[in-house]
Design a protein around this ligand. Structure first.
Ligand code: SF4
Length: 300
């Protein structure tokens, strides 16, 4: 075990032993654990009769199920087996859920279709091109990271290379950007620089004012109905935030933008933990946003 991990465990252990089990201390304890491992959420449940009942949690949003039967979810499975359960069999990229299969392959589907059996089966990475092309209503999707991926399909793939190819068709370039960002090699371009570079009919976009940018970005890039990417770029070289009208989570790669794309009041149930999520990063304003800036300047 790493020295830093040992130290953190000692700190957490000392904190747990030093005080009583008041709600305040338990809330502090779960936050210490969450922060130590950079988890998105952490909670302590107690078994009362035949239910798991939440005692302490991180964050301000209550879970959908603060209590649930001891036979359900990963908690129920952990109780039954007497072993910790780590769900490393699945992860998410944008709207896509990737599950490892028992044969060593991968099954991809829309995250909303996780519990659906009646799905149309595809078997080639190249099928992702067609699946990603239109939304549920048959409309063309010019922005592949818009939260409008169609439902009702499952893509079964045999190899990791197939998986990489398929994800690149669904979300072009996003895996490469994520890898570059993880290794601190991602080049990030401020919006004003991207605007200044435009030529021809798009030159007009560069005349957009700061307050107009604030509005356009908030409307066009929002995760709820706009785009699921996490914005890394700033408005200009002075590092001004892209839009003060977007929630701070829109700029946080650790945040799952799909959560923001759901209507208020539909949090993920506590019995169905969210798999690890690879963020779709936006390192530079896309052509569609530039076109939107131009439209504002042209009064279209
Ligand atoms: S600029 Fe980035 S976040 Fe905004 S719509 Fe384009 S790709 Fe999405």
């Amino acid at each position: 075990m790493k020295e830093t991990t040992c130290k953190k465990l000692q700190e957490i252990g000392a904190f747990a032993l030093a005080g009583g089990c008041t709600r305040k201390r338990m809330n502090q304890l779960v936050e210490m654990i969450r922060a130590a491992r950079d988890y998105r959420w952490m909670a302590i449940y107690k078994i009362i009769k035949d239910e798991f009942v939440i005692l302490a949690e991180t964050g301000n949003e209550p879970p959908a199920y603060p209590r649930f039967p001891i036979t359900q979810g990963l908690c129920g499975a952990a109780l039954e087996s007497g072993e910790p359960i780590i769900d490393s069999r699945s992860f998410c990229v944008g709207e896509i859920l990737v599950r490892k299969t028992s044969t060593g392959g991968f099954a991809l589907s829309h995250r909303d279709d996780k519990a659906t059996d009646q799905l149309k089966i595809f078997r080639s990475a190249e099928d992702a091109i067609d699946i990603a092309k239109h939304d549920d209503a048959g409309n063309y999707r010019p922005l592949k990271t818009a939260p409008k991926l169609r439902h009702g399909w499952r893509l079964d793939l045999e190899t990791l290379e197939d998986l990489r190819r398929a994800l690149d068709y669904f979300y072009p370039g996003r895996l490469a950007m994520f890898a570059a960002w993880k290794s601190d090699k991602l080049q990030i371009t401020p919006l004003r620089e991207t605007l200044e570079r435009q030529s021809g009919m798009y030159r007009a976009a560069a005349r957009i004012s700061d307050s107009q940018i604030n509005d356009v970005v908030a409307d066009f890039c929002r995760s709820n109905g706009g785009c699921l990417r996490t914005i890394l770029w700033k408005r200009d070289a002075e590092e001004v935030i892209a839009s003060t009208k977007l929630p701070k989570e829109k700029f946080d790669p650790a945040y799952d933008q799909m959560m923001a794309s759901k209507p208020p009041g539909s949090p993920t149930p506590a019995t169905a933990p969210i798999p690890a999520t690879i963020p779709l990063l936006c390192q530079e304003a896309c052509n569609l946003l530039i076109a939107e800036c131009r439209k504002v300047m042209k009064g279209e």
